[in-house]
Structures are given as structure tokens and as C-alpha cells.
Design a protein around this ligand. Structure first.
Ligand code: PGA
Length: 231
């Protein structure tokens, strides 16, 4: 089981305090995804550290971007790609997300590639079509790479307090896995209170946690729930 904390553009907890708290939790790979400025401090604290995004080139005139080799140089283990906030607010496309994932994997980083439908897409019955397009782009570029993990994050559940029911998560995860057979994390308003039932679903292989990862105790509780679940 994997529990990844996405701090987004928040300072997040003290890395040393967090590292001490999660160190004793066996059976779960805890990952933090802090803002770029905190990557080095998280690595130094001994946390498995992922960036929140990564470019496909190793250097070049790409203002505001950061490269796979730069992340590796810091001791960073991987990166998120394709988070819905990147897709929604920064115009990232399926093609660009796939290029980022492929370059990061080729450089030796791990990748958590995010997919998920909006409320409108779910309501109009297009969930599977949308997921298929997003996952196919990643699969065509990366295949079932051993360092690739997917995250199913329904956009309507992110930061809204509206979590998918365990059944909804299970159904979507099984579908995503039928397209690309890699572990799938659930993301979208995961908290200490709902982590257990979500992660007890057979095809839920962990969680990608936003808001609740900013608090050491709630992140640790979610890691503990993961440690106690099926796999
Ligand atoms: P949330 O965010 O847990 O705050 O809903 C999840 C995410 O965006 O990865």
C-alpha cells in the first residue's frame, strides 16, 4: 500500500516531525509531495519525496519548469504528473502528461500519474470514455512500467469533502486496471475517517491525500489505515 501526501501550494508540516511519526508504520510506503522549495528538506529528513510535476526535457528554455535530472540530483524519488489542478488551471494535455511521465520513468524516477472525471462528465455518462482517453495516453507512452503508479482522482471529490463511495472507487479502479495493470491510488477528500473503508476495496492500492496530509496526525492515521488493509 502507498499513501502519498500532496501538499499542493501549502508549506506543509515540519518534515523532521513527519518523518519521525511515519517511520514506525510498517507495511505502507509513505510519500510526500511538497512544493519544490521544500523538496531538499524532505529528502534530508529521510522522507520518500516526490515532486508535484516534472518536465520531459533535462534542461532548456522552459521557464517555471523543473527537470527529471534536477529532481534526481536532489535525491527526489519521483513525481506526480497530470494532477487535475495542472490539467484544469494550467492547460496540461493528455499528450503532455504522458511525455512527462515517460521522461521521468526513463530518467529513473517513480511516477504517480493522475486521472479522473469531472462531475459533468460523470453525470453525462462519460466517465469511462474520459478515463480511457487519459489512461491510454499514459499507457501508450509508458506501458505497464514497474515504477508507474496511477491515481484515480474524481475531480468532483478533490478538496470538496465529497468522497467517492468505496463502491464508486472500486468500480473506477477496476476499470482503470483493465486498461493498464498497475497499482491505483484513490484521491479526493481522503481523511482519517474514510481511509479504512476506501482502502479495504480490493482494487484500491493506497491513497493520494491532499488537505488531510497537511496535518501530521491525520496523515499518520491514513498511513495506519493503509497498513491494516488488504495488501
Ligand atoms: P484532497 O486532494 O485530499 O484535498 O481532496 C487530493 C488531491 O488533489 O490529490
Amino acid at each position: 500500500m502507498i499513501v502519498a501526501g500532496n501538499w499542493k501550494m501549502f508549506p506543509g508540516p515540519d518534515p523532521a516531525v513527519l518523518a519521525r511519526r511515519v517511520a514506525g508504520i510498517a507495511g505502507v510506503d509513505a510519500i510526500v509531495c511538497p512544493p519544490y522549495v521544500s523538496l531538499a528538506r524532505c529528502v534530508e529528513a529521510g522522507l520518500t519525496t516526490f515532486a508535484q510535476n516534472v518536465h520531459w526535457e533535462n534542461e532548456g528554455a522552459y521557464t517555471g519548469e523543473i527537470s527529471p535530472s534536477m529532481l534526481l540530483g536532489l535525491g527526489v524519488a519521483g513525481s506526480l504528473v497530470g494532477h487535475s489542478e495542472r490539467r484544469q488551471y494550467f492547460g496540461e494535455t493528455d499528450e503532455g502528461v504522458a511525455r512527462r511521465a515517460q521522461a521521468a520513468l526513463e530518467a529513473g524516477l517513480g511516477v504517480i500519474a493522475c486521472v479522473g472525471e469531472t462531475q459533468e462528465q460523470r453525470d453525462s455518462g462519460d466517465m469511462e470514455v474520459v478515463l480511457r482517453i487519459q489512461v491510454d495516453a499514459i499507457r501508450d507512452a509508458c506501458g505497464a512500467h514497474e515504477r508507474l503508479v496511477l491515481a484515480y482522482e474524481p475531480v468532483w471529490a478533490i478538496g470538496t469533502g465529497r468522497t467517492a463511495t468505496p463502491e464508486m472507487a472500486q468500480e473506477a479502479h477496476a476499470f482503470v486496471k483493465s486498461l493498464l495493470d498497475r497499482p491505483v491510488l484513490y484521491g479526493g477528500s481522503v481523511k482519517a475517517e474514510n481511509a479504512d473503508e476506501l482502502m479495504s476495496q480490493p482494487d484500491v492500492d493506497g491513497a493520494l491525500v491532499g488537505g488531510a496530509s497537511l496535518d501530521v496526525e491525520s496523515f499518520a492515521s491514513i498511513c495506519q489505515a493503509a497498513a491494516h488493509s488488504h495488501s
